[in-house]
Design a binder for this molecule. Structure first.
Ligand code: BTN
Length: 246
């Protein structure tokens, strides 16, 4: 992965560029990486703050031959790869919040956005967008962001090489991805659960249909969150914002 790199100073969003390259038939593993995004996007159509040279803003094109409903597993796989790379390079302990947030002490360090182009039964491409706050300082975050976001440099107290981290992430992603294609999601699920702070906690899941409060019991073999509500009814959550309540 990452043999074919498309590097840009400034883009609207690396996701958009990656979607275009995928449609044009680029090879699997193509990586789009930019110094700055002026239209960076997060989940649920939120803006993703992507200032110049301080973060890693990148999107990877994959073409796995898996059923489309299993594609969310790649989000969890990517989270594991990034956590392992961060621990290897910085020694900082981080947590994963289902499905795709990587946090330090409750503050967001990494966001992952997985999007796919597929027919009912066949995937054309999966684009994994990764946004990692690396060298921002406190002053680089406005008031609203500084209460919810942090960077590796703020946590570590020193500058971190983005190039070294990108290499480590790609290496881990490659290992986990080929293991996944051969052995399925089960081994990845075990790794993911070891880093996840969501499981076994009382949470509030805010979905498009409303909020559900209860106990996060685990994830299914597909990567869906299992949430037992206060009446003991089980809900299967595909997409939500999660608040940890205690
Ligand atoms: C989230 O937590 O909401 C996901 C954030 C994903 C941000 C990354 S940065 C690289 C790629 N390009 C984008 O526009 N978004 C993703």
């Amino acid at each position: 992965l990452g043999q074919n790199i498309c590097y840009r100073e400034t883009v609207d969003s690396t996701q958009k560029v990656a979607h275009r390259l995928a449609q044009e038939g680029c090879e699997e593993g193509t990586l789009v990486i930019a110094e700055e995004q002026v239209g960076g996007r997060g989940r649920l159509n939120r803006a993703w703050h992507s200032p110049k040279t301080t973060g890693i803003w990148m999107s990877l094109v994959l073409r796995p031959q898996i059923p489309p409903h299993e594609a969310p597993q790649l989000t969890l796989l990517s989270a594991v790869a990034i956590v392992q790379a961060i621990e290897e390079i910085t020694d900082i302990k981080v947590d994963i919040k289902w499905p795709n947030d990587i946090l330090i002490n409750g503050k967001k360090l990494v966001g992952i956005l997985t999007e796919m182009q597929a027919d009912a039964d066949q995937i054309h491409s999966v684009i994994i967008g990764m946004g990692i706050n690396v060298n921002q300082q406190e002053a680089d975050f406005n008031d609203e962001l500084s209460s919810i976001a942090t960077s590796l440099s703020i946590e570590k107290g020193e500058k971190i090489s983005r190039a070294t981290l990108v290499q480590a992430i790609l290496k881990r992603l490659e290992e986990l991805y080929y293991q996944y294609l051969k052995a399925g999601f089960a081994p990845i699920k075990i790794l993911w659960e070891a880093y996840a702070i969501t499981i076994g906690r009382n949470i509030i899941a805010r979905t498009l249909k409303g909020s559900i409060e209860g106990l996060a019991k685990g994830i299914t073999p597909e990567g869906t969150l299992m949430l037992e509500d206060l009446e003991g009814k089980m809900h299967y959550i595909y997409s939500a914002d999660i608040e940890l309540s205690n």
